[in-house]
Design a binder for this molecule. Structure first.
Ligand code: B12
Length: 408
């Protein structure tokens, strides 16, 4: 059996769904696209700034000859039950953060593959593995190796599995036979572009990261006011552009136990509990998932925004409590915005009370704006709805139930 065949069999044994091999050569398109994005102020967040390093495997492993692209499906049959009404409004967590943190899962499995290569191909094997947080542009590496193809939402689609696939790669000095590229495309479908809640897919294959709801739920600081409403009930990540995709409706449901929703959180956690959670509860609920990496403060900020979007008066006591006593200004500021959005006497009283004692200038400003909105809802409505920075996308296609539920 050839090394390539053995390697692919072994990769499946250790828990990868797809494997493809490509040559270790510079990624010219990715470099061009990264420079284009940088010029427009759309450089992908959370990535290293050195574009040449990202796009040349030999800058990371000088002896690299081949690239092994790996993917594991995270699709499970569960659905998110986010809801705005009732005593416990519930937020939405996107699929990729329901189960065990994929970085840990993939790294463990890639280490096994590196050991396999060392055993099978002998001394002198060099190999370096990356997933997500490393410099390589994972989707470009995967596409060039023949693992899949780009959808217009910029996601990497894998035949049979759709885009619900985590990606990783191993650069190695072994000379391995490359696989053919996948030559599928989206045809004239543009559902993802039309469905994006913030209009972040500004053209096919181009996501403006500053507007992408996934980024908004992970960004540091305050979420720009004109985009808060579009986030709906989402508290971590966003799946709309994948949910509405016809390719994904055909996707095989691998239903891997490690990516099923963890019982501590489920797919739609109580927003009030999230806002009130302690450090220990945060660690226990989110510490082992991909939703935990930005910390407790970020999730609480998002819970406050989602509660505002729920417009559910049941949330007022928890928001008032956060506004009066949360030590983080960004959480207090988001709570003030949410109270202004829910409205009513109790919300107004909490805002007025906080105005008297709040020292942080940003939070004070949020309180003032929320009170103005309550005093003159029409004027406040115009601020968000007609903002030129928010060219509300056309209504999503009726087709997908999850997309509309998420945006509610
Ligand atoms: C930064 C980042 C983000 C940012 C920015 C995303 C972005 N589009 O750049 C934010 C926070 C918004 C984000 C969101 C998400 N992310 Co992210 N993210 C990354 C990260 C760390 C870097 C991405 C990057 O550098 N992009 C650079 C730009 C230039 O690439 P690009 O947008 O994909 O553009 C390519 C295409 O446009 C293509 N292209 C350009 N023109 C043309 C023309 C044609 C005809 C064709 C065919 C292609 C094409 O070339 C470009 C370069 O490859 C990667 C991990 C990594 N190290 O690569 C994960 C990664 C891309 N993310 C991932 C995931 C799961 C997500 C989310 C689905 C999470 C969620 N549910 O909320 C969303 C999806 C949003 C989306 N539609 O892209 C997965 C994607 C898996 C997959 N199958 O696609 C990755 C690969 C992590 C992983 N290892 O699994 N992410």
């Amino acid at each position: 059996m050839s090394l390539e065949t053995e390697l692919k069999e072994y990769a499946r044994q250790v828990g990868f769904d797809v494997v493809a091999i490509g040559p270790a050569k510079p990624y010219v398109r990715a470099a061009r696209e990264l420079y284009r994005r940088r010029k427009r102020g759309h450089h992908p967040p959370f990535t290293v700034a050195d574009i040449a390093l990202r796009c040349d495997p030999r800058r990371l492993l000088p002896s690299a000859r081949s690239v092994i692209a790996l993917g594991v499906s995270y699709l499970t049959p569960h659905r998110s039950r986010a809801s705005r009404s009732g005593r416990e409004p519930r937020g939405q967590i996107s699929r990729y953060a329901w189960g065990e943190d994929y970085h840990r899962v993939m790294r463990r499995r890639m280490e096994l593959i590196v050991s396999f290569l060392e055993r099978r191909a002998g001394a002198g094997v060099q190999a370096q593995a990356f997933v997500d947080t490393g410099p390589p542009v994972d989707r470009e590496v995967a596409a060039e190796a023949g693992l899949g193809w780009f959808g217009k939402n910029a996601c990497l689609y894998v035949p049979n599995y759709g885009s619900w696939v985590f990606l990783g790669e191993i650069f190695t000095n072994l000379d391995l036979a490359p696989d053919p590229r996948v030559t599928l495309d989206c045809g004239d479908c543009d559902r993802c572009i039309r469905a994006c809640p913030t209009g972040a897919i500004t053209e096919a294959y181009y996501v403006d990261p500053n507007r992408c709801v996934s980024y908004l739920t992970q960004m540091p600081g305050s979420i720009p006011e004109e985009l808060r409403e579009s986030i709906g009930l989402r508290v971590f990540g966003c799946d709309v552009c994948q949910d509405v995709c016809p390719w994904n409706r055909e996707a095989v449901c691998a239903d891997r136990p490690e990516f099923r929703p963890r019982p501590e959180v489920g797919t739609a956690p109580s927003l009030i509990d999230m806002l009130r959670m302690t450090k220990g509860q945060f660690r226990q609920k989110f510490g082992l998932t991909a939703a935990g990496w930005r910390g407790k403060k970020t999730l609480q900020r998002n819970a406050a925004i989602a509660l505002g979007n729920s417009r559910n008066p049941e949330a007022v006591p928890a928001l008032a409590e956060a506004l009066s006593s949360d030590p983080k200004p960004v959480v207090r500021a988001s709570a003030a915005w949410a109270l202004g959005r829910i409205g009513g006497q109790a919300a107004a009283a909490a805002l007025r009370e906080a105005r008297g004692r709040e020292a942080d200038p940003e939070v004070r400003q949020e309180i003032e704006r929320a009170l103005e909105r309550l005093a003159d809802p029409e004027r406040a409505g115009a601020v968000t709805a007609a903002s030129p920075a928010t060219p509300g996308p056309p209504p999503p296609p009726a087709a997908h139930p999850e997309a509309s539920r998420a945006g509610e």
